[in-house]
Design a protein around this ligand. Structure first.
Ligand code: B12
Length: 276
């Protein structure tokens, strides 16, 4: 069955799986989207306002919004204007072409994580964490490391078999490398939230290069922050990238996946653990 708003596939059981969808504003499939952006144009006099809104509409038209209307415009200082534009796009989304990256490791309960560390390392797994460069946004790294955790999940400090050293904000790369070596870190967890002028990318590359230059032993390098794209590890020279909405349990599971592989179970031994 085909409609002008979306293509649907009729299943043999009579149900419908929609594979082609369009954005929805007022009515289903009407193609309406909302876009916000800033232009370096003033929004002072009535003439400037008219020109600014015309500029916004020109951009919207070039992006394929037709019709489009400026639903909000606000001067940002004397030389800039922030806009919200609402309009229709003709583009279709094919859900069958959406690729969802699968996690390459299983999510494990805390008891199993502790057991894996004990069996594989025979000691605590050492994690050193920090916000590097000038970045002072510690809430994200604290959400992962602090015992209170994030969104109902306990942080890494909760895990009995992990030793966490949280260095806090604005740690320089040389200080991080020196401390990681002094603590004999198995993993270094770095947070980068500020992305202006690609600070997060540059700081991450600098950090990875510094650890490489320091020579072995190389800790596992894990970086996170809301504007990183998971999967971009190779270009940044690190082992793992985590993006927005990461939970501490996911990070703990990754750490044992990478550093504490499952050990062969010997006949006659029972694997039990009371918890974290
Ligand atoms: C709180 C906050 C602050 C606080 C920070 C307090 C603190 N101790 O952290 C204060 C007031 C100090 C601050 C200052 C500034 N801020 Co600020 N701040 C925010 C705000 C409102 C919330 C950030 C936050 O706490 N999020 C909650 C945490 C839990 O989320 P998260 O960081 O994304 O972390 C999660 C994941 O990303 C991931 N994760 C993060 N790190 C890591 C690390 C690892 C290893 C792993 C595995 C996962 C992981 O896991 C976490 C849990 O899911 C954001 C806007 C916003 N709504 O996001 C702006 C924001 C981040 N700030 C911004 C800016 C510009 C600044 C300032 C430059 C402002 C100024 N002109 O002074 C300064 C910079 C200070 C500095 N030197 O860094 C911009 C950044 C723009 C950009 N993209 O670069 C934002 C986006 C606001 C904005 N829209 O403009 N800020």
């Amino acid at each position: 069955m085909t409609t002008d708003q979306s293509r649907t596939i009729v299943r043999s059981d009579g149900g419908q799986d929609r594979t082609i969808v369009r954005p929805y504003g007022d009515t289903t499939g009407d193609g309406r989207v909302q876009l916000s952006f800033t232009l370096p144009v003033p929004y002072g006099s009535s003439e400037q306002r008219a020109r600014a809104e015309g500029a916004a509409l020109q951009l919207a038209a070039k992006m394929g919004m037709d019709p489009a209307m400026v639903v909000h415009a606000k001067g940002m200082g004397p030389d800039f204007t922030f806009f919200i534009v609402y309009g229709r796009v003709a583009h279709l989304v094919d859900l069958s072409e959406v690729i969802v990256a699968e996690r390459e490791f299983p999510l494990l309960p805390a008891a199993e994580i502790n057991l894996r560390i004990r069996s594989a390392l025979g000691r605590k797994l050492v994690v050193v964490g920090a916000c590097i460069g000038t970045d002072a946004h510690t809430v994200g790294i604290d959400a992962i490391l602090n015992v209170k955790g994030h969104a109902g999940e306990k942080g890494l400090e909760y895990y009995r078999e992990m030793r966490i050293v949280n260095l806090g904000a604005q740690v320089s790369v040389p200080d991080l490398v020196a401390r990681a070596r002094a603590e004999q870190a198995d993993a270094v967890l770095v947070s980068q939230v500020v992305t202006q002028r690609d600070a997060h990318v540059n700081n991450t590359k600098e950090m990875a290069a510094a650890f490489r230059a320091a020579g072995p032993p190389q800790p596992l390098l894990v970086v996170g922050g809301p504007r990183f794209t998971p999967g971009s590890e190779t270009g940044l020279g690190v082992d793992k990238i985590f993006g927005k909405g990461t939970g501490p349990g996911e990070v703990a599971s990754y750490l044992v996946h990478a550093l504490a592989p499952p050990q062969p179970v010997l006949a006659g031994t029972a694997a039990g653990d009371s918890g974290a």
